[in-house]
Design a binder for this molecule. Structure first.
Ligand code: NAD
Length: 368
C-alpha cells in the first residue's frame, strides 16, 4: 500500500478549525482509496511565536518536518496579536515567504471558481455569469519585482527615493509557462498570458518566451492581454477565460480580483508548487486563499471548503491520488448543490441550510 507523509501546519485564527475538517476528509479518503497517510502537525505563525522560546514563526522543527514530507497542508497565519512585531518575525512574512523560498515554490495555482449555485454570492450581476465560471490563475511566485535587487530607500537631492527592481530571466518565465500550458492541457486548452508588453521590457521578454513555449503545446489556444485590460475583462465576462498565466505582481492582484468576484474567500484553495519530479509530482504547499479571519475565529462558523479543496489539490499535484482528489471536488459540489451553506455563502434562500464549520465538513464527508 502506498504511504504518503504530509506535514500539517494549522497556524492561527480559523486555521485549526478548518484544518480539522480537512483531516476528517483525509482519513476517510485513505480508507476508501487504499493508501496510507502519515500526518504530523507542526506549529507555524503566531501559534509558533507563542509556543517557542526564541520567538520564531517558522521553528526549525517545523521546517525539518516539512522537509521529510511529500507536501505541506497549511491553514493560515497572522492576527491582531502579532501585527506589531518586527516585520521579519511577523507570521506571514516570517513563515510563508521563507517556506516558499526554502522549497523553491515558484508556481502559485489559484482557481477562481464561482459555482453555478453560488452566483448570488458574487458581486457580479447574475445575468453576466448565469453558469458561474472556473478560471485558473497561474502566478509566478518567486521572481519579479517582489524579489529583484536593488530594493532600497535612499536620499537623493534632499528627498527620499524608493527603488524596486523588476527582473525576470527566460528560465523563470519558461518554467511557469510550462506549468500553465500543462494545466490548460487537462482543462479547456485555452491559455491567456497577461503582461504589460507595451511598457515593460520584462513583459516583452515574458511574451516572447510564452510564445516560444507555446510551440510545444500546439493544442492549447494562446492569447495575450495587457494587465490593465485583463483586470477589466475578468469582471466583464470571466467565463471567456480558462487558464491565466502571469508574473508575481500582476498575479497577486488578479488572483485577488478573481477571489472577490467568485463570491467567498472561504471557497477558494491554492497550491504553491516546485518543479515536478520524474513522476510528474510536485512538492507543494497547499492553503486556503484567505487568511486567518480573526473576525470569526473561535466561533466554529468558518467555511472549511477552501481548506478541503486545498487538500484535493495536494492529493492531485503532490501525491498523484487523482481519483481521491476528484471525489473530494465532487463531494463539495454535491454539498453545495444540496443547499449546505456556511454564513459567508448563505444568501437566505429557502433551499439553503445554514451550517457551521463541522456540519459543512460532515456534509462533505457523507457524500464521499
Ligand atoms: P482574511 O482573508 O483573513 O479575511 C477577509 C474576510 O474574509 C473576513 O471577513 C473573513 O471573515 C472572511 N473569510 C476568510 N476566510 C473565510 C472562511 N474560510 N470562511 C468564512 N469567511 C472567511 O483577510 P484579512 O482580514 O485581511 O487578514 C486577517 C489576518 O490573516 C491578517 O493577520 C493577515 O496578515 C492574515 N493573512 C494570512 C494569510 C495566509 O496565511 N496565507 C493570507 C491573507 C491574510
Amino acid at each position: 500500500m502506498t504511504q504518503h507523509r504530509i506535514a500539517i501546519l494549522p497556524g492561527d485564527g480559523i486555521g485549526p478549525e478548518v484544518m480539522d475538517e480537512a483531516l476528517k476528509v483525509l482519513r476517510l479518503l485513505a480508507e476508501k482509496h487504499n493508501f496510507e497517510i502519515a500526518t504530523e502537525e507542526f506549529p507555524v505563525g503566531g501559534a509558533a511565536l507563542d509556543a517557542t522560546e526564541n520567538a520564531t514563526p517558522l521553528p526549525q522543527e517545523t521546517l525539518e518536518g516539512c522537509e521529510s514530507a511529500s507536501a505541506i497542508l497549511f491553514g493560515s497565519v497572522g492576527g491582531p496579536k502579532w501585527e506589531n512585531l518586527p516585520p521579519d518575525i511577523q507570521p506571514e512574512r516570517g513563515a510563508l515567504l521563507p517556506l516558499r523560498k526554502h522549497f523553491g515554490l515558484f508556481a502559485n495555482l489559484r482557481p477562481g471558481v464561482c459555482h453555478p449555485a453560488l452566483i448570488d454570492a458574487s458581486p457580479v450581476k447574475n445575468s453576466l455569469i448565469p453558469e458561474g465560471f472556473d478560471v485558473l490563475c497561474v502566478r509566478e511566485l518567486t521572481g519579479g519585482i517582489y524579489f529583484g535587487t536593488p530594493k532600497e530607500r535612499r536620499e537623493e537631492g534632499g528627498e527620499q527615493i524608493a527603488v524596486d527592481t523588476m527582473v525576470y530571466r527566460t528560465s523563470e518565465i519558461e518554467r511557469i509557462a510550462r506549468v500553465a500550458f500543462q494545466a490548460a492541457m487537462v482543462r479547456d486548452k485555452r491559455l491567456c498570458s497577461v503582461d504589460k508588453a507595451n511598457v515593460l521590457q520584462n513583459s516583452v521578454l515574458w511574451r516572447e518566451t510564452v510564445i516560444r513555449v507555446a510551440r510545444d503545446y500546439p493544442e492549447v489556444q494562446l492569447s495575450h492581454l495587457y494587465v490593465d485590460n485583463a483586470a477589466m475583462q475578468l469582471i466583464r465576462y470571466a467565463p471567456d477565460y480558462d487558464v491565466i498565466v502571469t508574473g508575481n505582481l500582476f498575479g497577486d492582484i488578479l488572483s485577488d480580483e478573481m477571489a472577490m468576484i467568485s463570491g467567498s474567500l472561504g471557497m477558494l484553495p491554492s497550491a504553491s508548487l516546485g518543479s515536478p519530479d520524474d513522476d510528474g509530482l510536485n512538492f507543494g504547499l497547499y492553503e486556503p486563499s484567505g487568511g486567518s479571519a480573526p473576525d470569526i475565529a473561535g466561533q466554529g462558523i468558518a467555511n472549511p471548503i477552501a481548506q478541503i479543496l486545498s487538500l484535493a489539490m495536494l492529493l492531485r499535484y503532490s501525491l498523484g491520488e487523482n481519483a481521491a482528489a476528484d471525489s473530494v471536488d465532487k463531494a463539495v459540489e454535491e454539498a453545495i448543490s444540496a443547499g449546505y451553506r456556511t454564513g459567508d455563502i448563505f444568501s437566505g434562500l429557502e433551499t439553503e441550510k445554514r451550517v457551521n464549520t463541522s456540519e459543512m465538513g460532515n456534509a462533505i464527508v457523507e457524500r464521499l
